[in-house]
Design a protein around this ligand. Structure first.
Ligand code: SPD
Length: 361
């Protein structure tokens, strides 16, 4: 994988007036791929890959709505994708360039069609849930054996948070997920678009705000793994990666992930090609490479997220395909909810509320 700067050889080629190599610029979530796959893509296709990362749908959305991002492939979550499709940010996929599309899983495609009708603009990369990662030892030490590690009460009940504050609690900086989680905790519809209902999340957050150390959407992986923090509201596979990093470090830290019993959000991260992508052919080649059954399985086996590729399932390790935190069984699925994009006016309310919650005043 190349960085953004020309290699010496490429510079010489330019000076000599030779044609430059084909390239593809991919913008994906951090901690979301096995880098060996990126090297394999370059070796197999001869296309230079420039791979940048982000950890926030809002950051990606700002680039997509402004246009001219320079990226060929980006990975918004379903609700954000839907809004960006409506804004004309993406081009329709050319299925004739995607023979591996036959590997995709109709069960997931039915769900992603809610955001991208006919799945005309995107393919599913990974999907997962938003829940709670805990350092089991520290949390039981502070809250006892009955610590509600499978409940939103762990992070929204001030009595629990007061005890946990000293060992470090991180929340995602992701309002489109954190507001629904708080609403679910108080028994409201997490998918509500009613400003009066959304406003109820403020009191939930303000009650625990003094005990939240940080709002951040990627630092918690190492934070949990190193024992620097003891609780994180985070994404399923990221917490499971933290669990593995701790096990590899053999540091005595035991990490567990739970999709809270009251209900947790299920989301879908979709690969799409911006309407102004500089290299749409190479973008299709990248998507086709990703949809190869073994490549997709290698990605899931590395990042501990489920994917939308049926053919990959025979190559998934048991730790992934057999873990209901990754591939939920029927009972777990029943307890998951999805959300719709907020209309612009409601989005502004949510953004203002989130800013207020983070500032704590
Ligand atoms: N480290 C990768 C995390 C991917 C999370 N996707 C976010 C989905 C939000 N709805």
């Amino acid at each position: 994988m190349k960085n953004r700067f020309l290699t010496a050889a490429a510079s010489l080629a330019l000076i000599a007036g030779a044609a430059t190599a084909e390239e593809v610029r991919v913008y994906n979530w951090s901690d979301y791929i096995d880098e060996e796959l990126l090297a394999k893509f370059e070796a197999e296709t001869g296309i230079d890959l420039i791979y940048d990362v982000f950890d926030s749908n809002e950051v990606l959305e700002t680039k997509m709505l402004a246009g001219g991002s320079g990226y060929d492939v980006v990975v918004p979550s379903g609700t954000f994708l839907q809004r960006q499709i409506s804004a004309g940010a993406f081009q329709k996929l050319d299925m004739s360039k995607l023979p591996n599309h036959k590997n995709m899983w109709d069960v997931v495609e039915k769900r992603t069609a809610q955001y991208d009708p006919d799945n005309a603009y995107s393919i599913n990369y990974m999907w997962g849930t938003t829940g709670i990662g805990v350092n089991v030892g520290k949390v039981t030490e502070l809250l006892g054996e009955d610590a509600p590690i499978d409940s939103w009460a762990l992070v929204f009940d001030p009595a629990n948070m007061e005890k946990l504050a000293g060992c470090g609690v991180h929340f995602l900086d992701a309002p489109a997920e954190m507001i629904p989680a708080a609403l679910k905790y108080i028994g409201e519809d997490p998918d509500s678009q009613d400003p009066d209902v959304i406003a109820k999340a403020e009191a939930v957050y303000m009650a625990v705000r003094p005990y939240i150390q940080k709002f951040h959407s990627s630092e918690y992986i190492n934070g949990l793994a190193n024992g620097d923090i003891c609780v994180a509201v985070g994404w399923s596979g990221d917490v499971l990666q933290a669990r593995d990093r701790a096990a590899e470090a053999d540091n005595g830290v035991e990490i567990a992930y739970h999709a809270p019993k009251e209900g947790a959000q299920m989301w879908f991260d979709q690969m799409a090609i911006p309407v102004d992508a500089p290299n749409p052919d190479a973008a299709h080649t990248f998507l086709n490479f990703i949809m190869d059954a073994q490549n997709m399985a290698a990605a899931s086996n590395y990042v501990y997220y489920a994917n939308g590729n049926k053919a990959s399932q025979e190559f998934l390790v048991e730790d992934v395909i057999g873990d209901p935190a990754i591939y939920p069984d029927a009972a777990t699925l029943d307890n998951l909810f999805t959300t719709r994009p907020y209309p612009a006016k409601v989005q502004r309310i949510v953004t203002r509320l989130w800013t207020k919650i983070k500032s704590g005043i």
